[in-house]
Design a protein around this ligand. Structure first.
Ligand SMILES: Cc1ncc(COP(=O)(O)O)c(C=O)c1O
Length: 354
């Protein structure tokens, strides 16, 4: 069976978004975050496209890094969770991967490593997110241990914001101050800014920036559209109208009979559902784009179908007409909000088999 849903990846948009990253981050080196299958865009294809255009790539784990190396990607690769055991540390050495060290036991393992190979490493400071990182009070000692480790070529410093997508949060400045204190004491090259910080906190831009979501053309801020920053969607999700029905006022539609038409309505059934990665929790009114017009999803999302109220469509809708679920003229953040989630989840989930 051929499903109607189509996922298009626009590499020109990716290049364009990278130019926006550059615009906001001055001379900083760029680490493109391509974990989770490049946020659903296809990790290998994205890595091949970006590797000569950025200074490094970042993935979550060693397994992702090894997939890149097996494909012949020879860019610098930062591994955000670092190694989990001695074997993975050896893989970092063998494949020239740059682990983030965020736990004391990782620093211990690195210090004891006996190898002629040398790698660059990142020391992660917990500036307040309390997820990964060494406490700022222990940063000096940790940096000394890592600098003394024979296998460490260059040590750099990094941290991560908890609330960068909330520009009004006072905690951003607190984290920045804590990080700057460590950085000044240690004198290491540093990396702090993700997309939200790149776009809204010029002071947080250090030697290296780590954009993820903005590369893919989505705004990291719920309340601001990607277009406000000149970002273009890289992923477009489309499908087709597969049926058109008339519904009398008062008739119910779909599973659970949860939506009832208040008037005589025309309904287009579109061949996409949660089986294709479209969010099952998309509410009535979630925007879809059909025949150059914004229309509303009605009824529950099924595994392979959604329904769209086309009663107010200006043009005739036909079987086979293309429907855009996000991308193109439809900002994914609007869809995410209507589905009580964030663009990151929609992208990762929809493109996990890319
Ligand atoms: C440590 C780290 N840096 C950078 C990023 C990129 O963040 P964003 O996609 O918001 O730019 C992430 C993403 O989760 C991350 O975990």
């Amino acid at each position: 069976m051929q499903r109607s849903a189509r996922l298009k990846i626009d590499f020109d948009a990716l290049t364009h978004n990278l130019s926006i990253v550059r615009q906001y981050s001055a001379d900083a080196n760029i680490i493109a975050v391509i974990k989770a299958n490049a946020y659903g865009h296809g990790m290998l294809a994205v890595a091949r496209h970006l590797q000569s255009r950025v200074d490094a790539l970042a993935v979550a784990c060693i397994e992702e890094a090894l997939v890149l190396r097996a494909d012949g990607i020879n860019a610098a690769i930062m591994v955000l969770q670092g190694f989990q055991n001695q074997y993975q540390l050896q893989q970092c050495l063998d494949f020239d991967l740059q682990p983030v060290c965020h736990q004391q036991w990782q620093i211990q393992l690195l210090s004891q490593a006996d190898s002629a190979q040398r790698i660059n490493c990142w020391l992660k400071i917990d500036t307040g997110m309390h997820r990964l990182g060494i406490a700022p009070e222990q940063a000096l000692l940790a940096a000394q241990q890592l600098n003394d480790a024979p296998v460490v070529a260059q040590l750099r410093l990094m941290s991560h914001f908890a609330n960068a997508d909330d520009s009004a949060s006072a905690f951003n400045q607190i984290q920045l101050d804590r990080f700057n204190q460590c950085q000044q004491a240690l004198g290491l090259e540093a990396s702090l800014a993700n997309s939200a910080a790149i776009l809204s906190m010029p002071n947080a831009i250090q030697h290296w920036v780590r954009p993820g979501i903005m590369l893919y053309g989505a705004s990291p801020f719920g309340h601001r559209a990607a277009a406000d920053f000149g970002l273009k969607p890289v992923m477009t999700l489309t499908s087709q109208v597969i049926a058109i029905n008339s519904l009398s006022a008062g008739q119910a539609l779909g599973y659970g009979s949860l939506w009832r038409s208040s008037r005589d309505s025309q309904i287009a059934v579109v061949g996409i559902g949660y089986g294709d990665g479209y969010p099952r929790h998309a509410n009535n009114g979630t925007p879809v784009w059909l025949n150059g017009q914004r229309l509303a999803l009605v009824g529950q999302v099924s595994m392979d179908m959604i329904c769209v109220d086309i009663s107010d469509c200006d043009s005739t809708v036909n079987i086979g007409d293309e429907v855009t679920l996000w991308g193109g003229p439809l900002d994914i953040n609007e869809v995410a909000e209507a589905a009580s989630t964030i663009s990151y989840e929609l992208l990762c989930h929809c493109g996990k088999d890319q």
